[in-house]
Write a protein that binds this ligand. Structure first.
Ligand code: ZN
Length: 303
């Protein structure tokens, strides 16, 4: 097995995580961001610039970002749903934007009331405008492995959606397993097809552990040489389509597994576990992370 020596994790708890939990106070969001900024993680998805009436969890994005201690060596990104959001994000100082489109037509329509083609048209405009202002855009293809309305999404469909974004100048791309439908075999199929067509394109992967395959999918992707992954502290952020189910894979679980395999994440595991304990206190519910419960594998108890 030839795994990458080093990978880059993007911590998505402050945005993807908190957006899928009950709203928490601004102070708590700032505290979580600052806590994560001292764990060694080098990429953080900080906020999203969405309509406050649509997503109250992110209504204070400007305020959170203003008050957060921004570490100079961390790349912070903001998710933007449209051109207006992109302008807000860049006005707030972000130079890394994320734009999302669903591979599944039905999921895209349910989410943003538009076809994937219409979303891709607007993403092309976001990319053009971001580039004028020296910002970059990562295009995230959600429901890349499956859709809660349509079921399996064919590999060709996901590759064609991401292909349009690449043609339009996306600086990087990401596949999101929105409802945890991926398995290692499906990871190999999609990443293989993507790599065959776009060998030079940077690829980030975003797995959910909804059906228990999250870390297995990470391992399958590592074996294919993928080195950029999303994860959420404590596993923050449930599954919006299955109440009570798990969503994001937990950052400390990913770090715990891969570091023992000789893959460097740059993250201090103990610091990330502490941040997960904080996240759990902030959110007021038990988070799904098993490493948060059990501690690192080398933890001992008095004999
Ligand atoms: Zn997620």
């Amino acid at each position: 097995m030839d795994l990458p020596q080093k990978i880059s994790l993007r911590e998505v708890g402050p945005r993807d995580g908190l957006q899928n939990e009950d709203p928490v106070p601004t102070d708590a969001k700032v505290a979580l961001l600052d806590r994560l900024s001292v764990t060694g993680v080098k990429r953080i998805e900080a906020v999203s610039f969405v309509r406050p009436d649509a997503i109250p969890q992110m209504a204070d994005a400007d305020e959170v970002w203003k008050r957060a201690a921004k570490a100079p060596d961390i790349r912070y990104s903001a998710l933007v749903p449209n051109l207006r959001g992109a302008i807000r994000a860049m006005d707030a100082g972000f130079t890394e934007l994320e734009a999302v489109v669903s591979a599944s037509e039905t999921h895209n329509r349910k989410n943003v009331n538009r076809s994937t083609g219409q979303s891709l048209d607007e993403i092309a405009e976001i990319i053009a405008m971001a580039h004028e202002r020296d910002a970059t855009v990562q295009v995230i293809v959600s429901t890349a492995w499956g859709c809660p309305y349509e079921g399996d999404v064919p590999v060709e469909r996901t590759v064609s959606v991401v292909g349009r974004a690449i043609t339009d100048g996306a600086d990087s791309t990401s596949f999101g397993d929105t409802t945890g439908m991926a398995t290692p075999a499906r990871v190999r199929a999609l990443v293989g097809a993507f790599r065959a067509k776009y060998p030079e394109q940077n690829l980030n992967l975003h797995f959910h552990n909804t059906r228990g395959t999250g870390l297995a999918n990470v391992l399958a992707a590592l074996e294919l040489g993928v080195s950029d992954f999303d994860a959420s502290v404590g596993g923050l952020g449930g599954c919006p389509y299955a109440p009570g189910a798990t969503g994001n894979i937990a950052t400390e679980e990913l770090v715990h597994m891969v570091e023992d395999m000789g893959v460097d994440t740059g993250i201090d595991l103990e610091a990330m576990i502490d941040a997960a304990a904080d996240a759990e206190r902030i959110i007021g519910r038990t988070l799904p992370s098993q490493v948060l419960r059990a501690g690192p594998r080398t933890r001992t108890i008095p004999a």
